[in-house]
Design a protein around this ligand. Structure first.
Ligand code: UT7
Length: 331
């Protein structure tokens, strides 16, 4: 019997309507459009406004987009995974709520958190369930409301992040398409350089932690940049060498959208030319768990069955990795 492979059979997306431009950020902090554009590639990002709207709101919308496009009966979904660093609530997983709201009444659901690598790690989890033969339809959603954990008085972070969600459905494939290989890594040294200090079990919330702004993202950008550039490029290159691929065999590089310069460094190492590099950082900034599925949704029409995609991500923890996937459909 041939091995079951797990392929992406549909994608969906949602980004909020509100556009936060570099110009508007100039009114909050000492920054300017030229600095942000040249250092990061970001021109604008989307922000979810509205009381009581959290990450699940965007995850549900992205799932509904996928369900509609694929003409899928949500009752057929076996599992819903929400990859996120900003769950609706600290306890009560977001995925269970999302599954119920989209009508996936036969599914179980849970969240997966590995900062900016959450969706990539989620791909590993989703494909493993399918390859095991136990489940047939796994919905993986990458969604983050980064605006809920960003200090808009901190120019080191507020220029980078945005809100959004993307979803991908994983199903068994009989033609050998889908996930071919992966290489995932982590290193706890990263905890000092990219984190939210308070609100967890080490430093529970108090009046002082709130007053001292310890519930916002802190990033030592230069250090994270250095680790991200070398690690993301290393693992992406590894995907090629250990699968005997040359840059000509690769149709698309799907890299986490944290900084245009990091993406370009990864592309250079792998040797792929600019037109093969998926890029939407200028529109959305860094949406953490949502960057990879948002890229897939934005480029879906250009993707062809059999295309070779190299995924790469790097994020807090540190967490990072790469994956090699064969695209399974023409849209
Ligand atoms: O997705 C998870 C992983 N995260 C990442 O991969 C992010 C990695 N890091 C980065 O993308 C970059 O480090 C940043 C975009 C965050 C910062 O860019 P940078 O080129 O590393 O800038 P820097 O922190 O080295 O700062 C350079 C200069 C400094 O001024 P001086 O000391 O040279 O006078 C900063 O004070 O730019 C200044 N600066 C700014 N100026 C205008 C820092 N932030 C800003 C700002 N606007 N927003």
């Amino acid at each position: 019997m041939s091995k079951i492979t797990a392929a992406i059979s549909a994608v969906g997306k949602y980004v909020p309507d509100y556009v936060l431009t570099n110009k508007e950020l100039e009114t909050y902090v000492d920054t300017n459009d030229e600095w942000i554009t040249s250092r990061t590639g970001i021109k604008e990002r989307r922000i979810l406004k509205g009381e009581g709207l959290g990450t699940s709101y965007m995850a549900i919308k992205a799932s509904e987009d996928l369900i509609k496009k694929r003409n899928l009966d949500p009752k057929e979904i076996d599992l819903v995974i929400v990859a996120t660093a900003t769950p609706d609530l600290p306890v009560a997983c977001t995925a269970a709520y999302v599954a119920s709201e989209i009508g996936a009444i036969n599914a179980f659901g849970y969240d997966l958190e590995a900062a900016c690598s959450s969706f990539l790690y989620g791909m590993s989890t989703a494909t493993s369930y399918i390859e095991s033969g136990r489940y047939k339809k796994v919905l993986l959603i990458g969604a983050d409301k980064m605006s809920s954990i960003i200090d808009y008085a901190d120019r080191a972070t507020c220029i980078i992040f945005g809100d959004g969600a993307g979803a991908a459905l994983f199903e068994p494939n009989t033609e050998g398409l889908g996930l071919q290989d992966e290489f995932l890594r982590s290193d706890g040294v990263g905890r000092d350089f990219l984190r939210i200090e308070a609100g967890g079990s080490v430093m529970p919330t108090t009046k002082e932690t709130v007053a001292e702004k310890r519930h916002f993202v802190y990033q030592e950008g230069k250090t994270v940049f250095k680790y991200a550039v070398s690690n993301m490029a290393d693992v992406a290159e590894k995907m090629l060498t250990r699968n005997n691929l040359t840059e000509q065999d690769i149709q698309w590089l799907v890299a986490h959208q944290a900084n245009r310069r990091i993406i370009q460094a990864t592309a250079n190492r792998v040797g792929v030319s600019e037109e093969k590099v998926m890029m939407n950082i200028e529109k959305y900034g860094n949406t953490t768990s949502a960057t990879l599925p948002l890229l897939l949704a934005d480029y879906e029409k250009e993707l062809k069955k059999g295309d070779n995609l190299i995924f790469a991500a790097f994020g807090g923890g540190f967490t990072w990795g790469a994956a090699y996937l064969k695209w399974a459909y023409n849209s």
